[in-house]
Design a protein around this ligand. Structure first.
Ligand SMILES: Cc1ncc(COP(=O)(O)O)c(C=O)c1O
Length: 439
């Protein structure tokens, strides 16, 4: 049958795409969104807003794909840089030397403290974390990698091994040498961190764990322990980097300098995928014997480097960072007001700049609020490893005046979630009851 023939009698656009998605991309995701009452297929997008295919629904984006859209959707400055880049360049060739990659790496070095001078580029965050862990193992000649329970570093090989069991259990035996400790507990880390430890890897504020802001002194203590025991400290800034917290890098809040910094998501400007593993100068010796020992065909694509450079110029501007701090203040105040209005449902706010998490009543509340938020035209999601927390990651360049609009919608979403939660709770109990009787 011809392709044209197959498309005969196609359903209206969203429904047809949902069906194609179900049949050819992911039947599970299609079923999930159907059950969730979220028949949303991404369409036109611009700035803080994400529309559906038919242009009927327009969501204010408080998810931003974990910071990919820090500078909004389809930022015109970034599109301009990309289009101009295409006049002369393409992705380039990772085997050869490149001006675009050298320029970007030099800029990153200038924006990092101390001797964090070298950058290896990648395409995805998981890949960048994998490389960080490879460098740590090779440099120290040690094997053990310590990460935080409930933290998240990606779904590739070593990054996945550093994550929670639920993400790796279906895929075969565990990779040896990986240990997890509770985030924020210095004693637990001190017990594990020994002479066989190559590195500790942490997010400054673990997003998937529920935007957990570290207890006072924690990251400083981790830094000290790593230095004392000869292990490297890797900081995963994939979500916290690039101004999200009101400073260019999240680690700056804690007076520490890591040995390796991983950047991703927002570095792409949501326009061209690119990630970076930034390492201290001595660590580059790992590549001296064979500089081709690590290769990423699309890592550090030249046109992507141009976009990332512009992202860094925008994000490191003190006025931009000041704007983020002002927005963070405005969110703080308005959410405090909402807490008074919904005291038994909205229990608190976790916040470091615009890295925010709403503390809700219980594990059912996050999924329920994500749904009612969608119904009120907000895109926000609960934290995967703690569904009692709803993540709140607005674009960093949103207007201050838009905070009120977001809060009006959130207020309504919270009221609706309070009504819906008890109904779902009963449904869950009944389902559990039926399930039990089956056995
Ligand atoms: C903190 C952190 N590290 C690493 C990753 C992995 O990035 P990617 O999905 O680009 O592989 C993510 C993705 O969500 C992340 O949030």
């Amino acid at each position: 049958m011809s392709i044209a023939g197959r498309n005969k009698g196609a359903l209206p656009s969203s429904q047809a795409s949902i069906q194609d998605f179900r049949n050819h991309v992911s039947s599970g995701k299609a079923a999930f969104f159907e059950q969730y009452g979220m028949p949303f297929v991404m369409g036109g997008r611009d700035g803080c807003y994400l529309g559906d295919l038919e242009g009927r629904k327009r969501l204010f984006n408080l998810h931003c794909n974990g910071g990919v859209f820090n500078l909004g959707h389809r930022n015109p400055q970034l599109i301009d840089v990309l289009m101009k880049g295409f006049e002369e360049l393409d992705i380039g060739n990772g085997h050869l030397m490149s001006k675009a990659r050298a320029d970007l790496a030099k800029m990153i070095a200038g924006l990092m403290p101390e001797d964090l001078d070298y950058t290896v580029f990648g395409v995805g965050g998981g890949e960048a974390v994998d490389l960080a862990l490879k460098v740590a193992r090779s440099y120290t000649g040690r094997e053990k990698i310590i990460s935080a329970k409930g933290g998240y570093h990606g779904h590739t090989g070593l990054a996945m091994a550093a994550g929670d069991e639920k993400y790796r259990a279906p895929f075969g035996p565990p990779v040896p040498g990986f240990v997890q400790v509770p985030f924020g507990n210095v004693d637990a880390l001190a017990k594990e961190l020994d002479g066989s430890t190559a590195a500790v890897i942490l997010e400054p504020v673990p997003a998937t764990l529920g935007m957990a802001v570290p207890p006072e002194g924690y990251l400083g203590a981790v830094r000290e322990l790593c230095t004392d025991r000869g292990a490297l400290f890797i900081v995963d800034e994939v979500q916290t980097g690039l101004g999200r917290t009101g400073r260019l890098w999240g680690f700056e809040h804690f007076g520490i300098v890591p040995d390796i910094v991983v950047l991703g998501k927002g570095l792409s400007g949501g326009i061209y995928p690119i990630t970076a593993t930034v390492i201290r100068k001595p660590l580059e010796s790992v590549f001296h014997e064979d500089p081709f020992i690590h290769v990423s065909t699309f890592g550090g694509a030249e046109v992507g480097c141009l976009v990332a450079k512009r992202v860094l110029e925008i994000s490191s501007d003190p006025e931009f960072l000041n704007h983020v701090k002002k927005l963070a203040g405005a969110f703080h105040e308005s959410i405090a007001r909402l807490r008074k209005k919904h005291p038994r449902f909205l229990l608190g706010l976790r916040q470091l700049g615009l890295m925010m998490g709403l503390e809700l009543k219980d594990d059912l509340s996050g999924p329920v609020l994500s749904k009612t938020a969608y119904d009120h035209d907000l895109l926000m999601v609960y934290a995967n490893n703690d569904p009692s927390i709803c993540q709140l990651l607005p674009p960093l360049n949103m207007d201050l005046t838009e905070v009120d609009l977001v809060m009006e919608r959130l207020d309504k979403a919270l009221a609706a979630a309070k009504r819906l939660r008890p109904v779902l709770k009963i449904k869950r109990q009944v389902e559990g009851f039926v399930e039990k009787w089956k056995h």
